[in-house]
Ligand binder design. Structure first.
Ligand code: C2E
Ligand code: MG
Ligand code: MG
Ligand code: MG
Length: 294
C-alpha cells in the first residue's frame, strides 16, 4: 500500500512538474512573440512631494499585454525576461518610451519645471556592453536633459555583483543622471557598502512603509533608515504609501517624497500628463491630496 501511495505521489509530482515546464515554455514563447510585436506598455506612477501632493517625478512601470491572459504583471515576466535575455530588447523599449514621455512632459510644462522619469533597470541590462551609450543616445534623441532621468536598481542587484555595475552607474552619474537604490531594506547592505554605492536616492521598500502606522518597532526602523540616508547624503523616497496615517508619520520623520495608491496608481501617459496639468485624476482613483488650507 505504502509503495502504491508513494508511486501515486511520484506520478502526481511528475505531472505537476510537467505542467510547470510546459507553462514556462509557453510563457517564454509568448514573451518572445511579445517582443517581436511590442505587446507592452508603460505606466507612470507619480512620485510626489507628500507635503503638497505635487508630482516631482514619475516611475515608469512595464506592462505586458498577453493575447489570452490579458495584462501580465512585471513580477511574472521580468524574471523570465532576464533569464532569456529578452530583458535587453524589453528594457531598451521601456527606456525609449519613458524618455519619450519625459520629453512630452517637458514640452508641455515648459518653464514651470518638469518632473523626472525614473526607470527600473535590471542586472542584465546594466551588464550589456554599451548600456551607458544606449542610455545617452536615448536622451540625446529625445532631447531630454540627463538630470530629468533617474535609474532604479534594486538593492539586491547592487549587492550581487558590485564591481562591473558600480562603474557603469558611476559613469551614468558623471553624465548627470541620478541613480536610486530600489526596494531598500530587503537586501541587507552593510554600512560600508552603502557608503560607497554610486547612488543619489534611496527608495524605502513598501514592506517597511506599510507597517509604520501599526508598529512602533517598525517606525523606529524606518526612522533609522531615513536618518542613515541623510547622513550618507542620499535623498529618500517612500514606496507604497497607501494611507493618510502613513503619509503623516513619514512627513514627521522628515521623509517628504513618496509614491503609492494614496496619491495615485500607475497611470497611462495621457493621464500622467493630465495629472501634471492639475486635472482631476481618472475616475475610480483617490483624489489628489491638497496641502492643508488649500
Ligand atoms: P518597484 O520598482 O518596487 O515598483 C513599485 C511597485 O509597487 C509597482 O508594481 C507599483 O505598481 C506598486 N505600487 C505602487 N504603489 C503601491 C501601493 O501603494 N501599494 C501597493 N500594494 N503597491 C504599490 P509593478 O508595476 O507591478 O512592478 C513590480 C516590479 O517590477 C517593480 O517594483 C520593478 O522592480 C519591476 N519592474 C517594473 N517595470 C520594470 C521594467 O521596465 N524593468 C525592470 N527591470 N523591472 C521592472
Ligand atoms: Mg522601482
Ligand atoms: Mg521599488
Ligand atoms: Mg518595491
Amino acid at each position: 500500500v505504502a509503495k502504491g501511495a508513494g508511486k501515486g505521489r511520484w506520478c502526481r509530482y511528475q505531472s505537476e512538474l510537467h505542467t510547470a515546464i510546459v507553462e514556462r515554455l509557453e510563457l517564454r514563447a509568448a514573451l518572445t512573440e511579445a517582443v517581436e510585436k511590442l505587446s507592452f506598455s508603460v505606466e507612470y506612477q507619480p512620485i510626489v512631494d507628500m507635503r503638497t501632493g505635487v508630482a516631482v517625478g514619475f516611475e515608469a512601470l512595464a506592462r505586458w499585454h498577453h493575447p489570452a491572459r490579458g495584462p501580465v504583471p512585471p513580477e511574472q515576466f521580468i524574471g523570465l525576461a532576464e533569464e532569456t535575455g529578452l530583458i535587453e530588447p524589453i528594457g531598451d523599449w521601456v527606456l525609449r518610451q519613458a524618455v519619450g514621455a519625459a520629453a512630452r512632459w517637458h514640452a508641455d510644462r515648459g518653464e514651470r519645471g518638469t518632473p523626472y522619469v525614473s526607470i527600473n533597470v535590471s542586472a542584465r541590462q546594466l551588464r550589456t556592453p554599451g548600456f551607458v551609450a544606449t542610455v545617452r543616445a536615448a536622451l540625446a534623441a529625445a532631447d531630454v536633459p540627463p538630470d530629468r532621468v533617474m535609474l532604479e536598481i534594486t538593492e539586491s542587484l547592487l549587492l550581487r555583483d558590485e564591481e562591473p555595475v558600480w562603474s557603469e552607474l558611476s559613469e551614468l552619474r558623471a553624465h548627470g543622471l541620478r541613480v536610486a537604490i530600489d526596494d531598500f531594506g530587503t537586501g541587507f547592505s552593510s554600512l560600508s557598502y552603502l557608503q560607497q554605492m554610486p547612488a543619489d536616492v534611496l527608495k524605502i521598500d513598501r514592506s517597511f512603509t506599510e507597517t509604520v502606522a501599526s508598529s512602533r518597532r517598525q517606525r523606529l526602523l524606518v526612522e533609522g533608515i531615513i536618518r542613515l540616508a541623510g547622513t550618507l547624503g542620499l535623498d529618500i523616497i517612500a514606496e507604497g504609501v497607501e494611507t493618510e496615517a502613513v503619509r503623516t508619520i513619514l512627513l514627521d520623520m522628515g521623509c517628504s517624497s513618496g509614491q503609492g495608491y494614496l496619491f495615485s496608481r500607475p497611470l497611462r501617459d495621457p493621464d500622467a500628463l493630465r495629472w501634471l496639468r492639475g486635472d482631476p485624476p481618472p475616475p475610480g482613483l483617490p483624489p489628489k491630496p491638497r496641502p492643508p488650507g488649500d
